[in-house]
Design a protein around this ligand. Structure first.
Ligand code: NAP
Length: 344
């Protein structure tokens, strides 16, 4: 890993929009001088960069929930960093912060950008990188999606897809915390074993096996009350066909279509939604941002108490960000996928 001095800043700038998978050729990797800090500005050294499926969406110009990253702009990305210098009274040198720090070594936050940063609480037993995952954006997605959107209740059956990933692994554990029957869908025997043996899921379905649909039926003898949908396509279709009267589908993500920007393979019957009175709700974690401080504390407390387990897949070196993003689409990560840029 290259150690950077505080005089220059390596940055990934979007050069072309990927057509399918992301490649290094879609970016220019530049080295820019660091500007002098102005009034109310903060200099942050980036430590962990969060790689998220939505990065792929931001690189495209499809209709989306935030403006797409423009050609020539520094690639947008969430991360954890440390304050190195501050002209802003909200921040002190040494604070750990999270926010949209970008695919770069340093982030110079002006007053407006600084307002969007969160100073991280220091909680014994919760390492800083966890605020990028289980106690960060993906944990919050699981929390709001399951409770606010899914209205999950004790004794109900929950199915979650991409279950061994950052969001899915927390969704399932939250379901267990409130006494649900939890079924995870994931790719491969090892991931399924982790869900069952370490995270306490009731059943795990390996969608790479030819008989996965029958396994899903076996694992949901009483149907499905909450479908936490992360994948779309055939997986969504199979779970949808198990959904009960008055059940809820939390439409969190449809990763199976992001590289093609195509959701035409996700076919569900709206007639079935009508007959079963199924609620289908799309949501974005940002919708609940006002509850972030409280929800982050709750998640971090459960983690510190050992009630929620977390796992990270960490790849060293900012230079590896573009190619590492593809791991999300190949199933090459367990838990939260991070790039380590510098030492905490
Ligand atoms: N709505 C929101 O605010 C919000 C916020 C965060 C994330 N999300 C969504 O939540 C989902 C999960 O995100 P994450 O950050 O937690 O990623 P993740 O689950 O850690 O990583 C993605 C996982 O998806 C699975 N996958 C990829 N392509 C697949 C395919 N074609 N079929 C089946 N499984 C596939 C892979 O696991 P396997 O090995 O099991 O295939 C991969 O590990 C994504 O759809 C994302 O867009 C939404």
């Amino acid at each position: 890993m290259t150690i950077k001095t505080q005089t220059s800043n390596r940055q990934f700038r979007l050069k072309t929009r990927p057509v399918e998978r992301v490649s290094s050729d879609n970016f220019e990797f530049v080295d820019e001088p660091l500007p002098k800090l102005g009034k109310d500005e903060v200099l942050i050294r980036n430590i962990f960069l969060s790689l998220d499926p939505t990065n792929r969406i931001w690189m495209s110009d499809m209709e989306q929930y935030m403006p797409p990253v423009q050609i020539g702009e520094v690639m947008r990305g969430l991360g954890i960093g440390r304050v190195e210098e501050s002209n802003n009274e909200r921040f002190t040198k040494g604070d750990f912060v999270s926010g949209l720090l970008g695919w770069q070594d340093y982030f110079v936050a002006n007053e407006e950008a600084a307002a969007g940063l969160m100073v991280l609480p220091q909680i014994p037993g919760v390492p800083v990188e966890v605020f990028s995952g289980a106690a960060g954006m993906t944990g919050l997605t699981a929390f709001y999606g399951l409770f606010e959107v899914g209205k999950a209740k004790e004794k109900e059956t929950l199915v979650v897809s991409a279950a061994a990933g950052a969001v899915g692994s927390i969704v399932g554990q939250l379901g267990k915390l409130i006494g649900m029957r939890v079924v995870g869908i994931a790719g491969g025997e090892e991931k399924c074993k982790w869900l069952l043996d370490d995270l306490g899921f009731d059943a795990a379905v390996d969608y790479k096996r030819p008989d996965w649909k029958e396994r899903l039926i076996e694992a949901t003898p009483n149907g499905v009350d909450v479908n936490f949908e992360n994948v779309g396509g055939k997986i969504m279709e199979a779970v949808f066909n198990r959904m009960n009267l008055y059940s809820r589908m939390v439409l969190c993500g449809m990763i199976s279509g992001y590289n093609e920007q195509d959701d035409s393979k996700s076919r569900i019957s709206l007639t079935r939604a009508l007959m079963q009175r199924i609620t289908i709700q799309g949501f974005i974690v940002l919708d609940y941002h006002k509850k972030n401080v409280e929800a982050t504390k709750q998640l971090a407390t459960w983690i510190a108490e050992g009630k929620i387990k977390h796992r990270e897949t960490i790849v060293e070196g900012l230079e590896n960000a573009p190619m590492t993003l593809n791991k999300l689409f190949d199933g090459g990560n367990v838990g939260k996928l991070l790039i380590k840029i510098s030492e905490p």
